[in-house]
Design a protein around this ligand. Sequence first.
Ligand code: IPD
Length: 265
Amino acid sequence: MSSIVSNSDLLQCAVSAARAAGNHALENSSRRREVSEKSQHDVKLALDRECQQKAEQVIQSAFREHKILGEEWGFYHEGDEHLWIIDPIDGTVNFMHGLPFWCSSIAVRHRGEIVAGAVYLPAMKECYTATADSPAFCNDEPIHVSDVEQLEDALVLGGLSKHLGKDNSTLDTFIAMSQRAQKSRLMGAAAVDLCNVACGRADGYFESMIHLWDIAAGGLIVQRAGGKAEVLEQIGDVSFRYLCSNGRVHGEMKEILVSTLGGEG
Ligand code: IPD
């Protein structure tokens, strides 16, 4: 295929890849407890790897020359022309236990900018999409962030560090956020959280250490739904302190994150 490719072509492929990965997980959910690697507070499933393969097959059959970075394997080079960023199962622990909050997330980066993203939630039958030059959609219906103005009226979502015990600052942030927001929730799948912000069910999302594959597609979807996504601090090549919101409660959330975790003010 030609190297000049539209964002909507990229999105179409991202949706197919996300559906291939997500449907493989759903169809094989009787195998959801097949563990390939276990660590404290986390797990890798046989299906994580199989689902990444399913997504890659779709991408490679359309864009053979494009590079791929997945949660399960792949390489990241700053200078890649096109980079596909895959989380085959985001919310792996939810999926393993049978909670429906998990998804397959696929984003496409072109010359350093995320230009297309698809997040597919098989168990909820929802597919969120956006490109850098189009609005955000859920199942082809336009979506928009909430108009909640103040943190005291906001529902905020977040994630806890996998390194609890060694670094509990993420708990301090969660407590401080919970004291100021109407409610805070830990749902266990960052890309799903971002889509919930994008469609106005939640007003903000924060995490102190999150990977590129968890936020690449969802972050674009939030922005194209009228919200704001911000890297507060880059921790490694592909990991960040991250905040996104409806834009209106962003300042209040950022103040709490900066005062409890540090990072750029
Ligand atoms: C995890 C989920 C979780 C977040 C973690 C992520 P995974 O992704 O998104 O909500 O708190 O930081 O690693 O491992 O299920 O793909």
